[in-house]
Design a protein around this ligand. Structure first.
Ligand code: AP5
Length: 217
């Protein structure tokens, strides 16, 4: 599978689908949100900087994100990857193009998961995550086997600080203003495929797989 960007609003299912792709196709998952949350857990300078923006639902400054992605692309060498949560605005997309050139690689397709706003809000407010390994749960659709305990690593399952009502509202607004316009950018490159992101997660994966296997028109 070629490198892909998984695109979509907060709660569209990018993390969920990325986990399937890692398992099914052995791709490297590059999630800028996960990288920031790891830095916050480790109390690094990057984590302290990122936290100021993330808890409010605002974007972390471009220079910080781009520098972090550059480091990861260098680390993973020529392995195929799925980008989740990056790029999030036009200047990040342009920076990514330069980074890809530098690493002699390209993006095959940009898969946009389309989910109505009311579904996004309900998914985000019922999401829980493992505070240790980041595994994603949902109190309605996918609870851990033992309440509050991660199935995968035994870590504590918690609610993300930015999954509180006010931060969710800001994140959705930031998506509309800064991130959604990127769809036109990728459409102009003939790379964008839109997928219905509503339905069982495995059904959505089947749609993603079908889209990745068919040529972009
Ligand atoms: P990030 O972690 O990237 O958050 P996000 O984009 O808001 O996306 P989410 O993680 O909320 O949702 P998701 O699409 O992965 O959905 P998930 O699979 O978990 O970013 C967080 C913050 O970091 C940003 O606000 C910003 O501050 C900063 N940041 C990150 N990248 C940045 C960048 N490039 N530039 C600047 N700042 C950046 O699913 C959600 C829930 O729904 C789960 O409970 C799941 O179980 C459930 N679910 C998933 N699929 C389905 C389905 N098909 N049916 C029913 N439920 C489902």
């Amino acid at each position: 599978m070629k490198n892909i960007i998984l695109f979509g609003a907060p709660g569209a299912g990018k993390g969920t689908q990325s986990a399937f792709m890692v398992e099914k196709w052995g791709m490297v998952h590059i999630s800028t949100g996960d990288l920031f949350r790891k830095a916050i857990r480790n109390e690094t300078a990057l984590g302290k900087e990122a936290r100021k923006y993330m808890d409010q639902g605002e974007l972390v400054p471009d220079a910080v994100v781009i520098g972090m992605v550059e480091e990861v692309l260098t680390e993973i060498e020529d392995k195929n990857f799925v980008l989740d949560g990056f790029p999030r605005n036009v200047s990040q997309a342009e920076a990514l193009e330069n980074l890809l050139k530098k690493h002699h690689t390209t993006i095959g397709k940009v898969v946009s998961l389309e989910v109505p706003t009311e579904t996004l809000v309900s998914r985000l407010s019922s999401r829980r995550v493992c505070s240790q390994c980041g595994a994603v749960y949902n109190v309605v659709g996918k609870p851990p086997r033992v309440e509050g305990i991660c199935d995968q690593c035994g870590g504590q399952v918690i609610q993300r600080d930015d999954d509180k009502e006010e931060a969710i509202r800001t994140r959705l607004q930031v998506y509309e203003e800064s991130t959604r316009p990127l769809k036109t950018y990728f459409e102009n490159q003939n790379k964008l495929v839109e997928i219905d992101g509503v339905g069982e997660a495995q059904e959505v994966l089947a749609r993603v797989e079908q889209a990745l296997n068919s040529p972009t028109s």
